[in-house]
Design a protein around this ligand. Structure first.
Ligand SMILES: Cc1cc2nc3c(=O)[nH]c(=O)nc-3n(C[C@H](O)[C@H](O)[C@H](O)COP(=O)(O)OP(=O)(O)OC[C@H]3O[C@@H](n4cnc5c(N)ncnc54)[C@H](O)[C@@H]3O)c2cc1C
Length: 413
């Protein structure tokens, strides 16, 4: 079947369209389903939840992720809900140990997960993606020249010319064995308090060595609301997360408020441990993010701690790379091209995350003084600030190898 690819005058390409199954309606799955449907492919999005919903609290859509949302046609809706973040600032006592500014023209966009999910969901529906919800995928075996998708309920969907695994950290198809990280966190969200002096355009963190960290992230509004919110988080050893629900919450609040008095108005609306959700982190990267007629994107292909704030952005970039690679190529060539486009960006960010996370979340005695006395002062000396800005923005190296960045926008309607 011939399909129309690229909608801008002069940028129109013809290629074979395919039947594609995308597993998982998370950040990567919704994005890739939209992009592929807009390219003319017949896309079925398969999700385990009957009513898909986002899990978790807030995150930062970095400038690279926002460029992908623009490609999908969801950028303006995201900007309408999220909060522009211009700076990341962290203190240990009075010492400033983290200070990274975004480019003035290119801030990060902090969002509640439900808001990001909402804009991606709208875009996916507008692109004409077929939905199959309430299906927990268990396998995607080869079937002739394609693959089928099998579910826990005994259904067999397909065959499909290509299956995209976007089912996140719990993927049953990806062979990725992530290393559990020793620290996780509890996360919650609250209305942005009136009685605070914290700026509403800055991610703030407070540390003691690397074993304690509290944070406040402005996340903008939930869909249908007009009162902005904040995400709050508290770093904890992963081994203690199971016991979190039994925490004496009043004692915990007193302890955290003594540690960082400015967080008090953010903690005020929280009344029980269940108001904060434990999150565990892992780290790992698939060497080859594809197999025959099967592509892995997002957390199914690589996982890292959220310290660098790149996970959802990586999923969005994977989605764009896969859609671009499929233009005018057969599936086998396209999958190899997808992996090549993302290889060095993924590897570099995974390496930076692995190197930096222990300086902010660990029991190390050596790293915090190194961070505070050597790395933090050095980070203020040019060209370090500009490098850190690019690192956090997601474009320290080209996000899609061989492609102009930011994207040309030839997918935009
Ligand atoms: C506490 C925390 C804070 C974070 N902060 C940031 C941040 O600031 N910036 C950032 O960029 N990233 C951040 N991340 C990382 C980011 O959330 C993930 O990297 C991102 O959500 C991965 O997207 P994904 O599409 O791969 O998977 P997910 O968003 O996890 O989506 C997976 C989807 O697949 C579905 N699914 C799973 N299994 C099956 C199955 N068997 N069958 C059918 N459907 C299935 C799930 O229900 C879900 O809808 C954070 C992560 C955590 C935990």
């Amino acid at each position: 079947m011939a399909g129309l690819i690229g909608r801008k005058a002069g940028a129109v390409q013809r290629a074979e369209t395919m039947r594609i199954a995308v597993i998982g309606a998370g950040m990567g799955g919704l994005a890739v389903a939209s992009l592929l449907a807009r390219d003319g492919h017949g896309v079925t999005l398969i999700e385990r939840f009957a009513a898909p919903r986002p899990l978790g609290s807030g995150l930062v859509v970095q400038p690279v992720g926002l460029a992908v949302l623009d490609e999908i046609g969801a950028g303006d809706a995201a900007r309408g809900l999220g909060a522009s973040v211009r700076r990341m600032l962290g203190h240990a006592g009075r010492r400033r140990v983290l200070d990274v500014a975004y480019r003035a023209t290119d801030p990060g966009l902090a969002m509640h997960r439900a808001a990001l999910f909402h804009v991606l969901w709208q875009a996916m529906q507008a692109a004409g993606v077929a939905l199959a919800t309430g299906h927990t995928v268990t396998a995607a075996p080869p079937d002739g020249a394609g693959r089928r998708v099998e579910t826990a309920g005994g259904d067999s969907l397909g065959p499909f010319d290509l299956v995209v695994d976007a089912s996140g950290a719990g993927s049953c198809l990806s062979g990725l064995k992530a290393r559990p990280l020793p620290f996780g966190a509890v996360w919650g969200h609250v209305p942005w308090p009136e009685a605070t002096d914290l700026p509403a355009d800055t991610l703030r963190q407070r540390y003691r060595a690397a074993s304690r960290m509290a944070g406040v992230l402005p996340v903008g509004c939930l869909p249908g609301e007009d009162r902005p919110r904040a995400a709050v988080f508290w770093s904890m050893p992963a081994a203690q997360l199971d016991a979190w629900p039994a925490t004496d919450f009043a004692v915990w609040k007193t302890r955290v408020t003594e540690f960082w008095p400015e967080i008090a108005p953010f903690l005020a609306p929280l009344t029980r441990a269940a108001d904060l959700t434990p999150a565990r982190y892992g780290h790992g990267t698939l060497r080859r993010p594809y197999a025959d007629r099967l592509a892995f994107i997002g957390d199914a292909a690589h996982r890292a701690s959220p310290q660098l704030g790149q996970g959802a952005n990586m999923a969005l970039l994977d989605a764009l790379a896969l859609a671009r690679a499929l233009r005018g190529r057969d599936v086998t060539a396209a999958l190899a091209q997808y992996a090549a486009m993302r290889r060095w960006h993924v590897r570099m960010y995974q390496a930076m995350s692995a190197a930096l996370t222990p300086a902010y979340q660990s029991d190390s005695r050596l790293l915090p003084p190194l961070r505070d006395l050597i790395l933090a002062p050095l980070s203020l000396v040019p060209p370090a600030p500009a490098i850190l800005t690019r690192l956090v923005s997601g474009d320290l190296i080209p996000p899609l190898a061989g492609e102009a960045w930011p994207p040309r926008g030839d997918l935009r309607a």
